[in-house]
Design a protein around this ligand. Structure first.
Ligand code: DAH
Length: 339
C-alpha cells in the first residue's frame, strides 16, 4: 500500500492540464468518490494495525497534495483567462471618468475673475503664520477675544506660530513688501478651533481684498462691492452696508445683499429680513498702515473679506458645510463649470 501511495504522490506532483476539461478529468481521477485516493482510503481498514499510523499519515499527505495541486492548476487557468481578456484589443474601452471641479473652486475662480476684471491681482501668504501678521500688525489689542485659545490653533512648542484665522494676514505681508498703489485679492484657506457642525468647520476659505493708493475713499469701496455683488448674484442684486467693528478697519461695515431666494420679500433663508450678510469691509485703519510701513498721511485704502463657503451656500443652497470636505462624489458631481 505504501508503494502505491508513493507512486500516486509522484504522479500528483507532476500533474498538468492544458484546459478546464482536462483538469476536471484529473479531479475525478484522483479526488472524486470513485477516485484513486478514495479507493486507497477504503483499503485502509486492511492495513495491519502496526502500519496504520505511518500509512494513515502518508495517505493524508497524498490527499492534501492532490487537492493543493489541482487548486493551483485551477487558479493558473483563471489568471490566464484574465490576461487573455486584457489582451483583447477589440474590446470596447473602459469609460474614462472625467472629474468635476469642487464647488468651492468654482466659486473662488468666479470671485477671482470678477476682481481680475476690476484690476486686482492675486496675492498669496502662508497658512502657518506668526502672531504678528495675523493679529498684532492688524491692530488686534493684546487681549482681543479673537486671540483666545478657542478660536486659534497654536503650535504647542511655539505659541507665537499659529494657523491663520483669516486671510487678512496677507494684507500685512503685502503692505510690508510693497508700497502703494496696491490692489490685490488674496484667496486662501483659514483655520479656527471650532466644533464641527453643519454651519461651522475648523477650516474654511476666504477671499481678502485690499486697495491702497492716494485718495481712496469709502465710495470707491462701495462701488467695487456693488459691482462684485451684481456680477456674482445677478444685475438686480442690491447691497446694503451696516456699521460694524473690525480691529483693522475704521470705519467698518458688514455688507448684505438682497436675498436671491425670495428676491427681497422675506423667506426662511434670510430670516424674513430680505437681506443676507456676505462680507466684512472698511477703510484700512491708519494704525494698520503705519504698523506695516505705509505712510497714513499720504495714503488711504479699503479692505474687505468674504467667506467662499458662505457665497457658495448662497449660490448653490448647500445646507451643510461638512459636505464640502467629505469628498462624496455624488455631491461633487452635481457641480459643473466651464473652467
Ligand atoms: N477678517 C475678517 C474675518 O475673518 C473679515 C474682514 C472684515 C476682512 C473686514 C477685511 C475687512 O479685510 O476689512 O471675519
Amino acid at each position: 500500500m505504501l508503494t502505491k501511495i508513493e507512486q500516486l504522490l509522484a504522479e500528483v506532483e507532476n500533474l498538468t492540464a492544458t484546459n478546464a476539461e482536462e483538469l476536471e478529468a484529473l479531479r475525478i481521477k484522483y479526488l472524486s468518490k470513485k477516485g484513486a485516493i478514495n479507493a486507497l482510503m477504503a483499503d485502509f481498514r486492511n492495513v495491519p494495525a502496526e502500519q496504520k499510523k505511518e500509512v494513515g499519515m502518508k495517505l493524508n499527505e497524498l490527499k492534501n497534495r492532490a487537492q493543493e495541486r489541482i487548486s493551483a492548476l485551477k487558479e493558473a487557468f483563471e489568471c490566464m483567462d484574465n490576461d487573455a481578456a486584457e489582451l483583447d484589443l477589440t474590446r470596447t474601452a473602459y469609460p474614462v471618468n472625467l472629474g468635476t471641479r469642487h464647488p468651492l473652486t468654482i466659486v473662488r475662480n468666479e470671485i477671482i475673475n470678477i476682481f481680475n476684471r476690476l484690476g486686482f491681482t492675486i496675492a498669496d501668504g502662508p497658512e502657518v503664520e506668526d502672531d504678528w501678521h495675523v493679529f498684532s500688525s492688524m491692530n488686534f489689542p493684546e487681549d482681543h477675544p479673537a486671540r483666545d485659545m478657542q478660536d486659534t490653533f497654536f503650535i504647542e512648542s511655539h505659541p507665537d506660530i499659529i494657523l491663520r484665522t483669516h486671510t487678512s494676514s496677507v494684507q500685512s505681508r503685502i503692505m510690508e513688501a510693497n508700497q502703494p498703489p496696491i490692489r490685490v485679492i488674496c484667496p486662501g484657506r483659514v483655520y479656527r478651533n471650532e466644533a464641527i457642525s453643519y454651519r461651522a468647520h475648523c477650516f474654511f476659505h476666504q477671499v481678502e481684498g485690499l486697495y491702497i493708493d492716494k485718495n481712496v475713499s469709502f465710495t470707491d469701496l462701495k462701488q467695487v462691492l456693488l459691482q462684485f455683488a451684481q456680477e456674482m448674484f445677478g444685475p438686480d442684486t442690491k447691497i446694503r452696508l451696516r456699521p460694524s467693528y473690525f480691529p483693522f478697519t475704521e470705519p467698518s461695515a458688514e455688507m448684505d445683499i438682497s436675498c436671491d431666494i425670495c428676491g427681497g420679500k422675506g423667506c426662511n433663508f434670510c430670516k424674513h429680513t430680505g437681506w443676507v450678510e456676505i462680507l466684512g469691509c472698511g477703510m484700512v485703519d491708519p494704525a494698520v498702515l503705519e504698523s506695516n510701513g505705509i505712510d497714513s498721511k499720504v495714503y488711504t485704502g479699503y479692505a474687505f473679506g468674504m467667506g467662499v463657503e458662505r457665497i457658495t451656500n448662497l449660490k448653490y443652497k448647500v445646507k451643510d458645510l461638512r459636505m464640502f470636505s467629505e469628498n462624496d462624489t455624488r455631491f461633487l458631481e452635481e457641480f459643473e463649470s466651464a473652467n
